[in-house]
Design a protein around this ligand. Structure first.
Ligand code: NI
Length: 137
């Protein structure tokens, strides 16, 4: 049976500060630059969630993307939208909230609600020019 990948694109707005407690202030400034400014800054994040599977012959769908949107809103966006990623989101606690770490954490949230290997890809972007992709490896 053909395997098809379907993607839902979503957005959220959030603030963060990139700062490692294991590094000195000087090292943090060297690595993260303006992103390490003490009071943080914000992004309009892009999020893409890709699921894969066989096409259900009854519906013609792999999954109902409306249900995917509702699930991602409930499990991820409700926690991160208009939040400070450094302090407001329990499942990001203890991580430096780079796009990389946010993508991994979102994958782990979604893996619990989309079991059985259907989750294929999580993409997080902070700007038009950069995005990170995590595929559970
Ligand atoms: Ni940033």
């Amino acid at each position: 049976m053909p395997i098809v990948r379907v993607t839902r694109r979503l957005h959220f707005s959030a603030g963060h500060r990139l700062h490692s407690p294991e590094l000195s202030d000087k090292e943090n400034r060297e690595i993260y630059g303006l992103c390490s400014n003490p009071n943080g800054h914000g992004h309009n994040y892009g999020l893409e969630v890709t699921l894969k599977g066989e096409v259900d012959p009854r519906t013609g769908y792999v999954v109902d993307l409306k249900r995917v949107r509702e699930t991602v809103e409930e499990v991820v966006l409700r926690d991160v939208d208009h939040a400070n990623l450094n302090v407001d989101v329990p499942w990001l606690e203890g991580t430096i909230p780079t796009a990389e770490n946010v993508a991994i954490a979102i994958w782990r949230r979604l893996e619990e609600v989309f079991p059985g290997g259907v989750l294929d890809r999580v993409v997080v972007s902070e700007s038009e020019r950069n995005y990170v992709e995590y595929r559970g490896e």
